[in-house]
Design a protein around this ligand. Sequence first.
Ligand SMILES: C[S@@+](CC[C@H](N)C(=O)[O-])C[C@H]1O[C@@H](n2cnc3c(N)ncnc32)[C@H](O)[C@@H]1O
Length: 314
Amino acid sequence: MADPILKWAGGKRQILPRILDHFKDEDDYESYHEPFFGGGAVFFRETHEDAATVNDINPRLVNFYRVLQKDVPGLLDELDKLRQRMPDDDPNSEWDHDEKDQHDREIKNYYYQVRALFNKRPNNQDYDKTREAAMFLWLNRTCFNGLYRENRSGEFNVPIGNHKSLGLDMDSKLQEASNALSGVEILCEDFGYILDKAEEDDLVYFDPPYDPQSSSSSFVEYTSESFGKDEQRRLSDVALELDERGVNVVISNAPSVTDLYETDRMANFDYSEIGARRAINSDGDSRGEVEEVIITNIDKEDRRSQHTHIPDYN
Ligand SMILES: C[S@@+](CC[C@H](N)C(=O)[O-])C[C@H]1O[C@@H](n2cnc3c(N)ncnc32)[C@H](O)[C@@H]1O
C-alpha cells in the first residue's frame, strides 16, 4: 500500500471504500489490471501481490510512472535541479508590497518557463525521460488544482496554482509508490488493450473519463482527445467480452451510462448508486444527487463488502 503521488481530476480517493466494497478479496482473484490509471488512487490503496497491468492513454503520465518505477534516485536528482533554479520560495516578512509583488512575479515566470520547456519535449526525439517525469510531477503539484488539461495542439495549458507546494518534499512517498509498481507492466494504449491481457479470474477496474452530459460535475479533458458516448459504448462491449471470458469487472462511471448496462446482453452486470461526494454544496438542490455508479459482474455474495470491513481512507 502506498500514497498516490499525483493529484488527478476524477481521482477516486473520497469514494475508495465504496469502490473496494465491490471488489473480491485479493485472494479470490488472480491478476489485477487498471486500464484508466490516472492518479491510481485505487491501485495504490491495495497491496497487489499480482498486479499485472496499469495503463493510461496519456503518454506523459505513463512516462512519469515508468521513470518512477525504475529510477527514483534519477527522478529526485531532476526534481532537485528544478528546485534549485526556482526563485527562493521563502518570502521575507520584512518585504514591502512591491518586493512581495516582485517575488510573486519571479515565481510565476519560473512556473511558465518550466511549462514551456515541458511543452517542447514531445517534438524533440532526444528528450530526457527522467527530466520530463520530474517536470510532470513538479507541474502537477504546482499548477491550478492539480489539473491536467491540454489544448488542441497537445500542450499542457493549466495556469499556476498555489505555489506553496513548490517545495515538494516527498522522497519516501516516491519510493513507496515505486515499490508498489515493481513488476507491473505500465502501458500507454487505448483501454481496448485489456482484451489481449486479462485472463479468466483476473480483476479489471475501469475508471473512464465521465460523459460530458453527466451529473453536475463538468467534463474533464485529460488529453486533446475526448471520451464521449461512443467510447462509453465501446467500454461496455469490452466489459461484456471480459465477462464472457470469466474476468471480474468493476467500473466506476457517471449515472448517465447506466442504460448501456440495463440491456439483456449485460444481464450479468448490476450497479449501485453513490450519492454526492460533497456534503456541503453551494447549490443546495443538487445535494444528495447520485454522482457516480459502480457497475460490476461480481456476484453480491462474492464481494468484499460481505466479509471485510474496509476502513475509510484519508
Ligand atoms: C477518471 S481518470 C482516472 C482516475 C484514476 N482512477 C484516479 O484515481 O486518479 C480517467 C483516465 O483515463 C485516461 N484515458 C482517457 N481515454 C482513454 C482511453 N481511450 N484509453 C485509456 N485511458 C484513457 C485519461 O488520461 C485519465 O487519466
